[in-house]
Design a protein around this ligand. Structure first.
Ligand SMILES: [Fe+2]
Length: 300
């Protein structure tokens, strides 16, 4: 296994490592430590299908199941992040499966609509855009660093605030999507998470935690002010000093820490280019704790 840093802050690239093999316990330990310190890994030149991806993902925890009943993917645990159907057909940009992909171009962290949001996402690039194409990269922004650089008045303003994360609210931003069933909605009622999260496994370090893919407001203030603050946050975390853009090559397998990084796909010409990826998602087992959570207050 060869490891090299991708930027000064976060991200490493790993070559000469086959994720389809059985992974040894010392290798899993090394990868977990790397995720803790570097938050993003790109494994080059992998050969995986859905089953092998699921097997690799299980090294890091349980697999999350998709919230919708088999509308947009083949298997409940392996999500298609793709404008290609199960049968290999290039889908129209109006197809609901492609609309869902377009929503991924808003900054987000996977599964924030759950009380226990996902820890890691693991995404395999089966078909990637040709080099001359514009867009299609996956961009990441480091919320630990973004918090560190926040002006003090913004830290004070944000500290007590929450954002509501609702899976159903994707429909508010993308009205072309079909309604969820009563059961799907009931399984994922809205949750609220602190906008400043505290990481007990990182010496109580703080980071930002918000998304743009289900709501464009911050709670705890008027609609107008909540929208203004949200727009400010989006602009702030989009600065290049916090970001790393992954330029895909076919057969890259990338893995990131949803507790630390936000991500988005850079929009591309959905009708011209095929882009097919599959994702395994590691279930989280801790809630998002904020500065005023009892668990945190009792430790300080
Ligand atoms: Fe995502």
């Amino acid at each position: 296994m060869d490891v090299k840093n991708l930027s000064n802050d976060f991200g490493v690239e790993i070559t000469n490592f086959d994720c389809s093999n059985k992974i040894q316990s010392d290798e899993i330990k090394f990868l977990k430590t790397t995720m803790q310190n570097k938050h993003f890994i790109c494994f080059k030149n992998q050969k995986l299908d859905g089953n092998l991806l699921a097997k690799f993902t299980k090294n890091f925890g349980e697999l999350e199941a998709y919230p919708e009943k088999d509308k947009t993917k083949g298997k409940l645990e392996i999500f298609n992040v793709s404008n290609i159907s199960e049968d290999g057909e290039h889908l129209s940009p109006d197809d609901q499966r492609v609309i869902l992909q377009k929503n991924n171009s808003r900054w987000h962290t996977d599964s924030s609509y759950r009380y226990f949001p996902s820890s890691f996402s693991i995404l395999f690039g089966q078909e990637t855009l040709p080099e001359e194409a514009t867009g299609g990269q996956t961009e990441f922004s480091n919320m630990l660093k973004a918090y560190e650089h926040l002006p003090d008045d913004k830290k004070t303003l944000l500290e007590p605030l929450h954002q509501v994360h609702s899976y159903n609210d994707i429909r508010r931003l993308e009205p072309g999507l079909p309604e969820l069933t009563y059961e799907e909605k009931s399984n994922f009622p809205p949750v609220s998470h602190p906008v400043i999260r505290v990481h007990p496994d990182r010496n109580l370090k703080k980071s930002l935690y918000f998304t743009s893919n289900t709501s464009l407001e911050i709670g705890g203030m008027s609609l107008e002010n909540g929208k203004k603050l949200h727009s400010w946050l989006v602009e702030y975390i989009s600065q290049s000093m916090f970001c790393y853009k992954h330029f895909w090559e076919q057969n890259d397998l990338i893995m990131w820490d949803n507790r630390v990084l936000l991500h988005r796909v850079i929009p591309y010409d959905y009708s011209k280019y095929r882009r097919a990826m599959i994702r395994g998602t590691v279930e989280g087992n801790v809630p998002v704790l904020g500065p005023f959570s009892n668990e945190i207050r009792s430790t300080v």
